[in-house]
Design a protein. Structure first.
Length: 721
């Protein structure tokens, strides 16, 4: 029988609620049934989510009544603050735009989406995101129509295709907005192409993608005025033209922003935190701050390939704090199934906000297999008899091959062949490195798809991605030995194509998903370990142990086994008075009284999961990150564990590990530290985006992204019968 006192409902004197953003000290705060810790914990309030709070209910000891997602309860203002949204989103001094209160999604080309016709694409958009009302369609690249790089029903080869797009979308109550890449190298021809597009009926606006990167703006400053003066003379003055920009400060001056100013009506910020490998709030705040004084309305472009929880945060911060009156998403064809509820979320603030979808949504992933260059499943060759490849060590420590692109005749090839645990549905993705990857048309060929009597060709624009997994698609493989093939023919000269890792992730359906799960219910995975089966084939973690100590000690009642001590506990300020003073993100585990006695002692995975990062990093030495399986149930919490300074690491990216499996040994980072294990746990995606993340003296950021490993492990020990 519960010992909690009976719930305390919202007081009759609560007054009017105030819509606000939750600002929690940690990543969430407990919602309780009454104004004290003795009342039942009835839910969690996540940081940066919308809620309604009632100031008149505040008690003398700081408890206040709030409502969120249809649930009401009490929170302690010692652990939460509120940022009122009405003032944050007021933007009365800016003119109206076609994007106000609306949601758009960018379309690149027909070859990059699963649909074959415009009608099919529009049907799916309306089904998946009925609140989405705008399709932003690429019409040209410089002076060339986009059809030069596309084929099929959706290709745009001139004004007649623009009319066809606009008329078709109109039947589905969808707006056609054009976008293009301007080069500035053929000013008169590019201006003429823009005039043709902007003059067509049904075209609601034009957004110019202007970036100081290879393949984008290459012209001089004078070309801006030459092109835009010609365009503005020929189209109605009311026609809206925007620019889409890389919002990082280092790229601001590279596009001559003052030259564009007289001709454009809005700025769209490419806030791709998943590509930049930085926290979502940092990237958004930096982008809006960089362009704040430009004098044009600012709109966020959010990434469809980011983690779902971060997408929800990006949506909320953009519209409720930073003043983005509308949103667009880059891009259709790369949307995760679980992301559609976020994309569909309305822009207007509400006193009864909709819930943020939780990471993973209705899609669960089982086995994960990564084939990297020089792994046993990787093969490469040359058709010329010469060594045509060049190589470098990528960001995550494995080798990457690259070469110049070829227009017609292939000189090299590469093939990635996994050993899948079973036939079935897998998401296939390729990693695109941070350099030597400028092709717009890397043509990956997927073999072994059920029902396909030929290869499936998926073109990938490597130039728009950096340090990012780019999804090729979800495929149903008929056996356990499919492969992905790539050569160097792209139809381009003067660019480079990279041959990096390819990943297969088993797609499983849980909860209310619509797919047909392929798991066996045994919980078997690939690589060296397994998780615990759930009956659907999804691996789950049955609990967490210490990462050090013997098997008996790890199963014992002590959290850190006998002889082990934590030299720098969680959230404690250490190295006080030195330039490296910081709050510690986890535990520094040492054994015995001899400072060097624990070097070489084994380190174990505390729970089942997949290795997502393993490489040497400056200052840290070796860093390994494991993304653990959902805790206890298929929809349970997903956490990440990080291990610093190890030596003789036994795992690589893509390996499955199980609780108690040795992953390495305690090291000293090449002599930079006294031997010890740095061990921390995060329940956000910060370590996936930034494996070397270090909040330093930013204690609130630390509390939002890291858990006390001692407390978390103590509360989540495996059940041992």
């Amino acid at each position: 029988m519960s010992t909690n006192p009976p719930p305390v409902p919202k007081p009759a004197t609560a007054g009017t609620g105030v819509a606000a953003l939750a600002k929690t000290r940690a990543s969430f705060v407990n919602l309780r049934s009454g104004p004290a810790t003795t009342y039942a914990d009835i839910g969690d309030i996540r940081n940066n989510t919308l809620l309604t709070y009632y100031p008149a209910t505040r008690t003398s000891d700081g408890w206040v009544f709030i409502e969120q997602y249809g649930i009401g309860g009490w929170v302690s203002t010692g652990f939460i603050g509120f940022e009122d949204t009405p003032q944050a989103i007021k933007n009365d001094n800016q003119p109206a735009t076609p994007y106000d209160g609306k949601i758009g999604i960018w379309h690149w080309k027909g070859q990059a989406v699963p649909e074959k016709t415009i009608e099919e694409l529009a049907t799916n958009v309306k089904r998946l995101a009925p609140n989405l009302t705008q399709i932003w369609v690429k019409t040209n690249d410089g002076a060339d129509w986009q059809g030069r790089f596309d084929s099929g029903n959706m290709a745009i080869n001139g004004p007649q295709d623009i009319d066809r797009w606009a008329q078709t979308l109109s039947r589905f109550n969808l707006e056609f907005h054009a976008w293009c890449v301007l080069k500035g190298t053929k000013a008169a021809e590019e201006a003429n192409t823009l005039i043709q597009i902007c003059s067509r009926p049904g075209v609601r606006s034009m957004v110019l993608d202007i970036e100081p990167h290879a393949g984008f703006w290459e012209g001089p400053k004078e070309a801006v005025r030459q092109i835009m003066s010609a365009v503005r003379r020929q189209i109605p003055g009311s026609f809206h033209i925007g620019i889409a920009v890389d919002p990082r400060p280092a790229h601001y001056n590279g596009i001559f922003p003052l030259e564009w100013f007289p001709f454009v009506n809005s700025v769209h910020l490419q806030t791709y935190w998943s590509t930049f490998r930085r926290p979502v709030d940092d990237v958004l705040a930096e982008g809006f701050r960089t362009w704040a004084s430009y004098g044009r309305p600012l709109f966020a472009i959010l990434p469809t390939d980011a983690e779902v929880a971060d997408q929800g945060t990006g949506h909320t911060l953009s519209t409720q704090t930073l003043g983005s009156r509308g949103l667009s998403w880059w891009r259709y064809g790369a949307v995760r199934a679980a992301s559609w509820p976020v994309i569909n979320r309305a822009i207007a603030p509400s006193s009864t906000p909709q819930p943020d979808p939780q990471p993973g949504g209705d899609t669960q992933y089982g086995a994960e297999i990564v084939v990297r260059p020089n792994d046993p499943g990787f093969r490469r060759g040359s058709y010329t008899g010469q060594e045509e490849f060049q190589r470098f060590d990528g960001t995550w420590g494995w080798p990457v091959f690259f070469k110049d692109t070829e227009v017609q005749t292939s000189k090299v090839w590469a093939q990635w062949s996994p050993q899948l645990p079973q036939a079935g549905r897998y998401e296939v993705a390729t990693f695109i490195p941070a350099r030597n990857s400028t092709t717009l048309n890397a043509r990956f060929k997927v073999h072994g798809v059920r029902g396909a009597n030929t290869e499936i060709i998926v073109p990938i624009d490597q130039s728009r991605n950096r340090n990012l997994w780019a999804t090729l698609g979800v495929f149903d493989f008929e056996n356990t030995t499919p492969n992905v093939f790539l050569n160097d023919v792209t139809g381009e000269s003067g660019r480079q194509i990279a041959f990096d890792a390819v990943r297969w992730r088993q797609v499983l359906t849980t909860g209310g998903g619509s797919g047909t799960g392929t798991g066996s219910g045994t919980g078997t995975g690939s690589g060296t370990g397994t998780g615990t089966g759930t009956g659907t084939g999804t691996n789950v973690a049955d609990g967490f142990d210490s990462p050090v100590g013997s098997a008996d000690e790890r199963a014992g009642s002590r959290l850190w086994p006998q002889g082990w001590a934590d030299a720098s506990p969680y959230a404690r300020l250490y190295l006080v008075g030195t330039p490296r003073e910081a709050y510690h993100t986890g535990a520094d585990l040492n054994f015995g009284s001899n400072p060097y006695g624990d070097k070489g002692m084994p380190v174990y995975s505390p729970a089942s999961g997949v290795v997502i990062f393993q490489a040497e990093m400056r200052v840290w030495g070796n860093v390994t990150v494991i993304r653990h399986d959902p805790l206890k149930t298929a929809t349970g919490m997903v956490v990440y564990s990080r291990y610093g300074h190890m030596q003789n690491v036994r795992v690589k990216v893509g390996d499955r590990v199980q609780r108690g499996q040795q992953i390495g040994e305690i090291g000293d980072a090449g002599g930079r530290y006294i031997p010890h294990l740095h061990y921390d746990i995060s329940h956000t995606t910060i370590l996936e985006r930034s494996p070397g993340d270090w909040p330093g003296k930013d204690l609130p950021r630390l509390l939002r992204n890291y858990l006390d490993p001692r407390d978390f492990t103590s509360q989540n020990r495996p059940w041992r019968g």
